[in-house]
Write a protein that binds this ligand. Sequence first.
Ligand code: ZN
Length: 260
Amino acid sequence: MANENLVVHQFGCLGDNYGYLVHDPGTGITIAIDTPEVGPIMKALDEKGWTLTHIFNTHHHFDHAGGNLELKEKTGCMIYGPSDERVEIPGRDHGVGGGAQITLGDGAIVADVIDVGGHTLGHIAYWFTEADKAFVGDALFTLGCGRMFEGTPDQMWAGLERLRNLPDSTKIYCAHEYTEGNLKFALSVEPGNSDLLARSGDILALRKAGQPTVPTTIGEEKRTNPFFRPESKNLQETIGKAGASVVDIFAETRRLKDSF
Ligand SMILES: [Zn+2]
């Protein structure tokens, strides 16, 4: 039976990265989603009394896979990562791509792998379907998305659309706290979005109190994230792309954000 009671422990790493441990109380399986920084991950394991059994990497960047080898050496954990990266994932035992399904502990944990390439070519997300949670690395952020370092607009939009098609209730765990900057940009390209205006107060209050704005949900992002909203007339008009294709609108929004 698949698990609805996965515990997620979230903590800061490297300034604005988030580290995540996913733990199944029934089997003791504990997964680090990416390995931004060994010290805080070991500290979190220690505080929780959990033993690291797996690492799930989303992509090859150093602030995501840089702690792999040291953590593997310390714990003997098994590493899953994208099969299709330009740069090899250190210590990877299993390569997985979009459409794959990872099953651990006799089905106690089931994760669907989603291809979200674009930020890097092989970037993947892990969707724990029964737990209604997805770990998206640098593909999607609260009110933003990752920079398109390796892929094309077509590829990156296809990945974002796969995420957008997840159930609205899906909790989205992004790898960075970039929301305040993303909010300023979002307001500049879609100033007429009343949902975004309403959300901005909540976000600023959370940040002022030192609280994370992650996780978010697919539903909230569909209402407020400009990278999920190429169909918005207000966005299209503001960026001068009225009636253009969704890929062109996405590409222009991404280009504008790069120099914002
Ligand atoms: Zn990255």
